[in-house]
Design a binder for this molecule. Structure first.
Ligand code: HEM
Length: 423
């Protein structure tokens, strides 16, 4: 159970009506609550639904600074509660499955070494060469429902696309990809289903990856897993355990995020007909500039990552003038920072042509999203192809009926029912 004060805000609440955090209303539209926090309590100690206490950082300037602050560690050993064995942060099951040594849990110098090695294998060039395959996958998925005139874009489109894409890139054989899809699906029920289910899925993925890597070691494939095995730097290579953890984080970090980029992005376009028409016009004329700035704007406006992954204060410090104690967890609320009026003009408006758009949707600093080039490729291909092939795409339900997952770290829709003229 949830403690009775689960929605408490902490000390020093000003005399303004306090919005509720983490309820259904908040999951549907957290932005009014974030505006309140930015204004009245920009660095706020909060009890999360899990019972863990953490600081929420909501202003852009504080968020950007915190993301790059070396005193804020990613390693859960620095969590004061974690030291007492009560930590409920991070991905469930990764500890028991021996998957802790990945980029999102470590600091320099280990992080620097692993990031350099993976960057040699997961290059922008590899991603660019993958573009035709992403287009083919996208078209194949749309073929599956285009003749029907209706679809659930989460389950039939946004969910399968990223998992098949990353499986292909890693070099996971096609006949195994449906297993990976099912296990990954179990993982994203995280936050709504039993934690045990997630831990089981993590264990299955781990076992599968270990076997796959063992096989790839014997060959000389040109897939990403083989490249990771071969990557070396000053005579150093990734250990077996590091390759497994790296593949795991590539699967995990790029899966739910990209689902939500496609889901949240399509939803925002359907709710802003003027912007959507401008994008369709540009695409019809073969202009891609608006697609590129547009996907960045969709990330800022309603991005997949609501809060950056956990950070822990390794010493007493101040964020935005507020004292944070050693061992305290800190959550940087990207969704709040990216609507900060102190940084963005008219932050509540969707402007696909927005120029000055240094959003934090991919994070900032040394943990800046490694998969951003792939995410951009998938997001741009998915949205452009949907709007081009199904030009009269529309919501099939009243917007008020849409349900959001409400998962703390991630923001995304459970389903996205649409209608269109069958083709
Ligand atoms: C890190 C967002 C897609 C792999 C991050 C971080 C964010 C983010 C905010 C930083 C987390 C933090 O600082 O705590 C996104 C978004 C995506 C996306 C919005 C989709 C639209 C992908 C994809 C992949 C990927 C497709 C890989 C296939 C990673 C990895 C890290 C990371 C490995 C950790 C990097 C490090 O710690 O050095 N991502 N991501 N992401 N992302 Fe992404």
């Amino acid at each position: 159970g949830r403690p009775p004060d689960a929605h408490r805000y902490g000390r020093g609440v000003p005399d303004a009506p306090v919005p509720e955090l983490f309820g259904q209303e908040f999951a549907t539209d957290p932005y009014p609550a974030y505006a309140w926090l930015r204004e009245h309590a920009p660095v706020r100690r909060t009890t999360l639904p899990s019972g863990v206490e953490a600081w929420l950082v909501t202003r852009y300037a504080d968020a950007r600074q915190a993301l790059a602050d070396p005193r804020l560690s990613k390693n859960p050993v620095h969590h004061a509660d974690g030291a007492r064995g009560k930590s409920k942060t991070g991905i469930p099951g990764e500890r028991s499955a021996g998957l802790m040594t990945h980029l999102l849990n470590i600091d320099p110098p280990d992080h620097t070494r692993l990031r350099r090695l993976v960057s040699k294998a997961f290059t922008p060039r590899r991603v660019a060469a993958f573009a035709p395959r992403v287009q083919e996958l996208t078209d194949h998925l749309i073929d599956g429902f285009a003749g029907r005139g209706s679809a659930d874009l989460i389950h039939e489109f946004a969910f399968p696309l990223p998992i098949y894409a990353i499986c292909d890139l890693l070099g996971i054989p096609r006949e195994d990809q449906d297993d990976l899809r099912d296990w990954a699906g179990m993982m994203i029920r995280h936050g709504t289903g039993p934690r045990g289910g997630v831990a089981r899925a993590v264990k299955k993925i781990r076992g599968y990856l270990a076997q796959l890597i063992h096989k790839k070691r014997l060959g000389d494939g040109d897939d990403l897993v083989s490249a990771l095995i071969r990557a070396s730097d000053h005579g150093e290579q990734l250990t077996e355990e590091e390759v497994v953890a790296m593949c795991f984080v590539l699967l995990f970090a790029g899966f739910e995020t990209t689902i939500n980029l496609i889901g949240n992005g399509t939803h925002a376009l359907l709710r802003h007909p003027g912007q959507r028409a401008a994008l369709q016009g540009a695409l019809a004329r073969g202009e891609h500039r608006l697609l590129e700035t547009g996907v960045e704007e969709l990330l800022r406006f309603d991005g997949p990552v609501e809060m950056a992954t956990w950070r822990y204060a390794t010493e007493a410090l101040e964020i935005g003038g507020t004292a944070v104690a050693e061992g305290d967890p800190v959550l940087v609320v990207l969704a709040a920072a990216d609507r900060d009026p102190a940084r963005f003009d008219g932050p509540g408006a969707l402007d696909l042509a927005r120029r000055d758009n240094k959003h934090l949707g991919y994070g900032h600093g040394i943990h800046y999203c490694l998969g951003a080039p792939l995410a951009r490729l998938e997001g741009q291909t998915a949205l452009a192809t949907l709007l081009t092939r199904l030009p009269d795409l529309r919501l099939a339900v009243d917007p008020g009926e849409l349900r959001w997952r409400g998962g703390l770290i991630m923001r995304g829709l459970r389903t996205l029912p649409v209608e269109f003229t069958p083709r």
